[in-house]
Design a protein around this ligand. Structure first.
Ligand code: AMP
Ligand code: GLY
Length: 426
């Protein structure tokens, strides 16, 4: 079985390592992959947004199954092109990926089908948005409609910041056409939970819950990043809340997409906020989260390829999806300065041998003359799992100590908030 995984970050490395566990998987190609992924897959220099290149490669190399992981190719229709060639895929078609590709679409979907989310207004011109903001409650949240490299959300703590956000998105076009329309929404408060789910459009199976740490510095200070670390399971996500989410959010979303003629198949990511008024959707992603995947997949006991194939064949209901009882922690090792200015090109030394509970998923690195060099803001994720969260965190940090490069930086408090919740309960 020849598999192709589109993407080249830590999430894709985690997916590839999980797929490799299946005996039928003979060869994995990563498009484009990265210097660290090269140990586990054949990296092919085709960018994740090069839909034509991806389709051509799949056809010429008789790919048996494709996994499209990042948002861009999904929103651009990579799965549609691959399916036209008769290649089975894990991932939604373009018409379903819009659930992440357009915030206006997803907000209107939630409103139409009564799925709990923040109150909002949509604007297609700056003048109306600015007028609305004159009397809007502050803080407020301004979101660019389209994809914006995870930077299209501004939490405005003052009216001035809100005006600035509208100017930069709608007039200065800092996110290009993604800012042609914007959503201005109610500021919500409460713990955040990420729930990734497998769905084939008929059945939805939530994976183990997780918690991201988005800010660059300890105690959730500093700039927003792509994610500095994750833990799973998320202690705020109790069994009762999980049941409520299934009933009020997960099933209604799958139903809504079916009713709109946009059946979603793949991994649907629910970004939730547990407000005093109940769980609400902050965002949908049409794909696995990064770095959530790096803690979720190590806890998956069932075989990933079997589950992905079942999703693509609409047989998820008949397939077991089991997670271990344990916990996992991913500490992202970054280049000092990220997400602002940072240097790259430093040699990375990884441990010679790994313990069974350890994994390193490489995100930003390239191979140069046989050496692995840093090549991005987020360099890798050091992941450990254990029976309990406290040990998983300790082991993940112990693993970071065994990894070296010149300007390594990581947060020192990944999982601290989650541990405090457990400690309060016990
Ligand atoms: P996103 O880029 O959509 O993942 O949003 C980034 C972050 O902004 C989320 O993880 C939340 O922490 C925050 N956020 C988004 N929408 C809201 C909201 N309505 N109220 C409060 N925080 C929000
Ligand atoms: N960790 C958030 C995301 O993947 O969008």
């Amino acid at each position: 079985m020849k598999i192709m995984v589109v993407g080249g970050g830590g999430r894709e490395h985690a997916i590839i390592k999980s797929l490799k566990k299946n005996k039928d998987v003979e060869e994995i190609f990563a498009l484009p992959g990265n210097g660290g992924i090269a140990k586990d897959a054949t990296c092919v220099n085709i960018g994740a947004k090069d839909i034509e290149g991806i389709a051509r490669f799949a056809k010429e190399n008789n790919i048996d199954f494709a996994v499209v992981a990042p948002d861009d190719p999904l929103v651009l229709g990579a799965v549609d092109e691959l399916k036209k060639l008769g290649i089975p895929c894990f991932g939604p078609e373009k018409k379903a990926a819009i659930i992440e590709g357009s915030k206006v679409f997803s907000k209107n979907l939630m409103k139409k089908y009564g799925i709990p989310t923040a109150q909002y207004e949509v604007f297609d011109n700056a003048a109306d948005a600015l007028k609305y903001l004159e009397t809007a409650p502050i803080p407020t949240v301004i979101k660019a409609d389209g994809l914006a490299l995870g930077k299209g959300v501004i939490i405005a703590m003052t009216r001035e910041e809100a005006y600035d956000a509208v100017h930069s998105m709608m007039e200065d076009k800092v996110f290009g056409d993604s800012g042609n329309n914007i959503v201005i929404e109610e500021f919500l408060e409460g713990p955040e939970v990420s729930v990734l789910s497998f769905t084939d459009g008929k059945t939805v199976v939530p994976m183990i819950s997780s918690m991201d740490h988005k800010r660059a510095c300890d105690n959730d200070e500093g700039l927003n990043t792509g994610g500095m670390g994750t833990i799973a399971p998320n202690p705020y996500y109790t069994k009762e809340i999980a049941e409520e989410c299934m009933e009020k959010i997960f099933l209604p979303t799958i139903d809504a997409m079916n009713k709109e003629g946009r059946t979603f198949s793949g991994c649907l990511y629910f970004g939730l906020m547990l407000t005093k008024a109940g769980p609400k959707v902050i965002e949908y992603n049409c794909r696995f989260g990064d770095p959530e995947t790096q803690v979720v997949l190590p806890l998956l006991e069932s075989d990933l390829f079997t589950v992905m194939k079942a999703v693509s064949e609409e047989k998820l209901a008949e397939t077991e999806v089991k997670f271990s009882e344990g916990a996992a922690c991913c500490v992202v090792m970054a280049s000092n300065g990220y997400p602002a200015k940072y240097e790259t090109g430093f040699e990375i030394t990884l441990p010679e041998k790994y313990e069974e509970h350890e994994e390193v998923y490489v995100a930003g690195a390239k191979l140069c003359d046989g050496k692995l060099l840093t090549a991005g803001g987020r360099v890798l994720g050091a992941v450990a799992k254990s029976d309990d969260l406290k040990t998983a965190i300790k082991k993940a940090y112990a693993l970071t100590e065994k990894i070296n490069y010149a300007n390594a930086y990581c947060r020192k408090d990944i999982g601290k908030k989650a541990l405090a919740v457990y400690n309060k309960e016990n």
